[in-house]
Design a protein around this ligand. Sequence first.
Ligand SMILES: [Cu+2]
Length: 453
Amino acid sequence: MQQVQRKLHRDLPPTRLWTYGGASPGPTIETRSGQGLLIEWANELPPRHFLPIDHTLHGAEASRPEVRGVVHVHGAKAPPESDGYPEDWYVPGQSRTYYYPNQQEAAALWYHDHTMGINRLNAYAGMFGLFLIRDDAEDALNLPKGPYEIPLVICDRLLRQDGQLDYPVSGDEARPWVSEVFGNVMVVNGKAFPFLEVEPRRYRFRVLNASNARFFHLSLSNGQTFHQIGTDQGLLPAPVPLERSSLAPAERADLVIDFAGHGGEHIVMNSDSFQVMQFRVKQGQSSASSALPAQLRPVPKIPESTAVRTRALGLIEKKTMTGDSMTMLLNGMPWHAPVTENPVLDSVEIWTLINPTDDSHPIHLHMVRFQILDRRRFEPYYYQTSGELRYTGPSTPPDPEEAGWKDTVRADPRMVTRIIVRFEGFPGRYVWHCHILEHEDNEMMRPYDVVAK
Ligand SMILES: [Cu+2]
């Protein structure tokens, strides 16, 4: 973990960033399924933070050191002592060595800071990177690789005129926390609105939404269709043709875009009204002959009948007298309340995420992968006053591009979202949380225990 000065754009002065290994995103770590990895994560940050700490947040009290770090590999089936528990932070001059067994299928994971109470600031400062696991089954599909497989780590940032990161604050000096941060500059692989020269052929893009709060809806300016072949925890059963790919914070999309027949074109990747990046397609004929496979890998559905327990978990937003959001809670409880979610190792549970708020909350469970069962509209007011669920519509299955192995799920506003999880891996204490980082830092995170059989 190091502070550096890096240019986000040719025409901007260098920007102060906090990084892993001197770059944001940090180095892409590549490993293979079943190949264990030891990483020493050394905190070499400066002694002062440069973004606005809110000392009223739990875990960020003024009595604690200002600069702290701890690394979590998002989507890793890692033992609890290597998972980057939010309270396992350490200060500059210290390091921790974590073990990643990688006993899991090929997927695009990512690593980022997870420090209690200041996670949103450390991540915003630039502390994240990709972690790719590969396996033989994926290799056999002959997907675009080498120079034709490109990571796209996308986030939004607010930049000042002097090129420095701006992190907004509330009007209250003693309580600077804001409920969400949205930037006006799209940054891809550490560059603001970059271009990429591509050949007129098929490319594989490993896309990560590394934003604090922004949801992306990626499309191409020429309206062309592309394919999503994978989601958070690896390949989908079959490629899904799309004109728009949606990504909540922390979600990943494995996209294949075919530029054949577009030689000489400049194609912009957009997200809503923002330009994200540009592809400059070289003239000529496609050099690639291999087709996209019709089948990728089986994703056997976990039968609902195997669930030993169903948990109803409300996502609750507490508001101030003036209607501003004050704090967010999972299952109505703050971080420090006793553990309430305690699944038994290898058992299957259904978690029913009840979201009466007006926000979509991307919910992430550490250590496990899961499947989305369905989403269903309900009456938020009736739920908040009676605690009872009254549905107002039919249940709808996940979108085809979500119907694979997930580790982060959109709990959409005024909807009940059900996921089914097998708690495979290790017994011990983990966390589950909202991946809007401003929410996570303000109580929208809970510990959970995987209990040994
Ligand atoms: Cu949230």
